[in-house]
Design a protein around this ligand. Structure first.
Ligand code: 13P
Ligand code: SF4
Length: 346
């Protein structure tokens, strides 16, 4: 049980050894919590080296994970790229289950661990492989573009994957290749509608939603502007299109971070999961973060004690049937071949 975790001692030596980490997160991690976090952080970092493991952490991880134990941080696309190229034998996925599956699909020879296998996702839960097979029967000849927030089984039935940072480019690429003017895009209804505004390709959407982003409303955005004059509003494309219409910028979690780094707004609100503002504010103390946000209960299942236990016990190992993994890998690798390098060169 999570609550019976033995508490490691916060000795003067530990306090000294962990001081550098605390300086980083001091303004987002309450001092009263540090004696609990510090010994676990040091234990994780020592064991990680011993085991030749890397920790891949999503931008929604809490700051003591994001800034103190992660080897790589990023959005879904960056974590997938990192999983594909790391030399480490063990990957600990500090994120949700579909991210760990993606890492396993891309690195079948590696051991992929998830600290809590119940860290799910409302989007991934909204569709099955059988649903995709039915969609393909209903729309023969149309490519199926699948958001990475899905199970390996769903990816395996798809033609290409996408993330929120490359969705429009992927849709246009596959439509061009197939000579199609329409694609099926699953499972996020709002992402599909938001992408449809950026491309001439027609999009048939599924009805999945992110339980975190669907709750934001246009009235919320207007209220933030009223309460914090001059605030710059950055929103994730899993939000409803009416919310995106009220925002100043829409982008993936890393897209939002880049926006803050590039434009250094005086005040900003990140219309997304709560830990984002904490994590980004560490890098940009000159920016004021207005903090209404929604928590993702799945992301929040990943904690330092669970990461430590995961490395100690080498569990919970994520497995994917090799035949499913091979087909899912083709969809993810097709996505990785689209996007960054070619767009950067343009
Ligand atoms: P990105 O980090 O790719 O923008 O995804 C957000 C998200 O909700 C992941 O679960
Ligand atoms: Fe899924 Fe939304 Fe949580 Fe991301 S934030 S894991 S999309 S429920």
């Amino acid at each position: 049980m999570q609550n019976s975790e033995p508490r490691l001692d916060f000795t003067p030596e530990i306090a000294r050894a962990a001081r550098g980490y605390y300086e980083k997160v001091a303004h987002v991690v309450p001092q009263i919590e540090w004696p609990v976090h510090a010994p676990t952080i040091l234990a994780i970092n020592a064991l990680k080296r011993e085991r030749n493991a890397v920790i891949l952490a999503h931008n929604y991880m809490t700051p003591e994970i994001f800034h103190c134990v992660a080897d790589f941080v990023g959005d879904s696309l960056q974590l997938a790229r990192e999983a594909a190229k790391t030399d480490a034998k063990i990957i600990v996925q500090a994120g949700v289950h579909f991210m760990a599956e993606t890492a396993k699909v891309l690195s079948p020879e590696k051991t992929v661990l998830i600290p809590d296998p119940d860290a799910g996702c409302s989007l991934a839960a909204s569709i099955t492989g059988a649903d995709v097979r039915l969609l393909k029967q209903k729309y023969p000849g149309l490519p199926v573009v699948t958001y990475v927030n899905t199970s390996a089984e769903v990816k395996a039935e798809s033609d290409v994957c996408c993330t929120s940072s490359n969705a429009a480019a992927v849709v246009e690429d596959i439509a061009r290749e197939w000579g199609a003017d329409t694609v099926v895009m699953i499972p996020d209804e709002f992402l599909a509608k938001n992408v449809a505004k950026q491309t001439a390709v027609k999009i048939i959407a599924w009805k999945g939603r992110c339980e975190v982003h669907e709750r934001f409303t246009p009235a919320d955005i207007r209220a933030y502007r009223e309460a914090s004059p001059g605030v710059v509003v950055l929103a994730h494309p899993e939000c409803p299109p009416e919310v995106i219409a009220e925002a100043d910028f829409a982008g993936s979690t890393s897209g939002m971070i880049s926006y803050v780094g590039k434009h250094r707004p005086r005040r900003v609100v990140l219309v997304t999961e709560c830990s984002m503002s904490d994590n980004v504010s560490v890098e940009y103390p000159d920016v004021e973060f207005v903090r209404p946000c929604n928590l993702c209960p799945h992301m929040k299942r990943i904690t330092l004690p669970k990461i430590l236990r995961s490395l100690e016990t080498m569990s919970v190992e994520v497995t994917v049937d090799p035949a499913v993994a091979a087909r899912a890998r083709a969809s993810v690798e097709r996505m990785l071949a689209v996007g960054a390098p070619r767009r950067a060169a343009a």
